[in-house]
Structures are given as C-alpha cells and as structure tokens.
Design a protein around this ligand. Sequence first.
Ligand code: I3P
Length: 109
Amino acid sequence: KSGFLVRKVHADPDGKRTPRGKRGWKSFYAMLKGMVLYLQKDEYRAEKELTEEDVKNAVSIHHSLAMRAADYSKRPNVFYLRTADWRVFLFQAPNAEQMQSWITRINVV
Ligand code: I3P
C-alpha cells in the first residue's frame, strides 16, 4: 500500500514527548512494505534507492498499533501510530477511506 500522508511526531522512543521545534506537520509519500512503513519526501524518488533520510524516517510497524485519533480535532482523517518502542506519530490521510485503509493494513501485519 502507498499514498500521501502528512506526519507529526508526537513522542520519541520510550514515549518521551517530542520537543518543540520538531512537532510540525510534514508531507511524505508513504509505502508499506512488509513490516516497514517507508516515508519518502516525494513520489518520484519511490523508484530510486533509499536515501539516508528515507532510512531514518522509516518506521517499523512490528508490534505497533494504529488507531483513529478521535481526540484530535485540528485536522480531519488523522490516525495515531504507536510503535513497539513507544514512539507516537500522527498521520493525516487525504480522506476517511484512505485513513481507514492505512489503519487496517498496519494492524493486520
Ligand atoms: C509545532 C507545530 C505543530 C503543532 C505543535 C507545535 O511547532 O506548530 O503544528 O501541532 O503543537 O509544537 P514546531 O513546528 O515548532 O515543532 P498542532 O498542529 O497539532 O497544533 P503541540 O506542541 O501542541 O503539539
């Protein structure tokens, strides 16, 4: 599965709140391959080798949980991703259908 997602980093490993200055929303082209959610800066690069930054932004979804961010109302179609090492991301999908599809695909693996 792939598509555009906007990401906000809410918590760093061990659930530590991500500091101010690193909490902004950023747009990525996301690709779910096996247990890894790759986040690339643009779709064009998707066919190319992963850059160092792509590797840094990739998220292991092994033992992670995705759920609709029912308590977050500043943007629509937002879901949480909590990883095995207790990082927390918010992802905004382009529409409700895409949001649900990402949640289902992430939770099924
Ligand atoms: C953050 C940025 C986010 C905002 C976040 C800010 O600043 O403005 O959009 O989250 O608020 O800290 P920065 O880019 O300097 O990290 P929201 O869009 O959800 O308001 P927060 O610290 O209350 O999460």
